[in-house]
Write a protein that binds this ligand. Structure first.
Ligand SMILES: CC(C)(COP(=O)(O)OP(=O)(O)OC[C@H]1O[C@@H](n2cnc3c(N)ncnc32)[C@H](O)[C@@H]1OP(=O)(O)O)[C@@H](O)C(=O)NCCC(=O)NCCS
Length: 275
């Protein structure tokens, strides 16, 4: 079972200058024309660099963060370089409503993460993007719980498609999401669609619940979902993973990161255990 770590940052956490970008990242930013895309991209890079620095036990001063470079592969998937060399990590990124989420794991893990706001979606959205089994689970859920259920299923699809590095180039109906019983994170049989259950309305805030994704090509992916008010988070990987571990044990002050700050963060995040 592999460990996955996650970090979230909001616009207020972002350093005011951009010295923590590498020269090529600053050039990438320059090419982005729309303010919202620039803001999302910048916050995503900031969150990813911090997550990688915490995970790899690196200092978090501005120069060190500039040496952690997040590049987009041809697919659009983020890849990490340290001083221009591939870093021994795998990451995934998502942005939603002024917040960015980064999941980080060892390099041999293909992972995807996604952040969504639970909101009502049209019936056309459900019929267009969900499999027949998923539509049937949604139809059986109490009306009040459907927005959360639809959001979790949708977010898990996005995470799975990111873990597969295709993104939405693949039909969202080519991956089927099952929400497992919280007490049962084990692999399910082919009968798993019968085991799908609606989210429990008394699920504790911040509790991670297991899920599973099966592609029409037969690939099985493993993940977790969590909701915190209207915010839904999902993390999916191509192998079994333990419940994601938060790196946000102390939200550091913005533009004044120092190695000492990082040492304090590291000790409270127990990152010394990560190799
Ligand atoms: C990946 C995708 C599902 C993300 O959807 P979204 O809900 O709009 O956005 P999110 O904020 O959750 O995630 C965006 C992040 O996903 C990551 N991403 C993009 N494409 C990805 C892919 N193929 N595989 C894995 N991750 C990908 C990127 O890190 C991106 O953030 P960044 O561009 O700031 O680095 C969607 O953008 C997609 O399918 N993209 C590929 C198809 C496409 O149109 N590509 C355009 C040219 S690359």
């Amino acid at each position: 079972m592999k460990n996955i770590y996650w970090l979230e940052q909001t616009a207020k956490d972002l350093a005011t200058d951009i010295d923590w970008l590498s020269a090529s990242e600053a050039a990438d930013l320059e090419r982005l024309r729309f303010a919202k895309r620039r803001a999302d991209w910048l916050l995503g890079r900031w969150t990813a660099k911090l997550a990688v620095a915490f995970y790899l036990n690196l200092p978090v001063d501005i120069q060190s963060l500039a040496n952690v470079e997040i590049r987009a592969a041809t697919s659009g998937a983020p890849e990490v370089y340290l001083s221009s060399r591939p870093a021994p990590v795998s990451i995934s990124l998502s942005h939603c409503a002024g917040t960015a989420l980064c999941a980080v794991a060892a390099a041999d893990t293909n992972l995807g993460c996604d952040l969504e706001l639970a909101e009502a979606r049209s019936s056309a959205f459900v019929t267009d993007y969900f499999t027949a089994e998923e539509q049937s689970v949604i139809a059986r859920a109490p009306t009040a719980e459907q927005p959360l259920l639809i959001t979790v299923l949708w977010s898990a699809k996005e995470s799975a498609l990111k873990a597969m590095h295709t993104g939405l180039r693949l039909d969202t109906r080519s991956v089927r999401v099952s929400l497992s019983n919280p007490a049962d994170g084990t692999n399910k049989s082919d009968k798993q669609s019968q085991d799908i259950r609606e989210p429990d309305p008394v699920i504790a805030r911040d509790e991670w619940i297991p899920l599973q994704v099966r592609s029409t090509a037969g690939q099985v992916l493993y993940g977790w979902w969590q909701h915190d008010g209207p915010i839904v988070r999902t993390v999916v990987a191509d192998s079994r993973i333990a419940p994601p571990i938060s790196l946000a044990c102390g939200s550091p002050a913005t533009s004044s990161y120092s190695t000492a700050d990082n040492a304090a963060l590291r000790s409270c995040c127990s990152l010394a255990k990560v190799t």
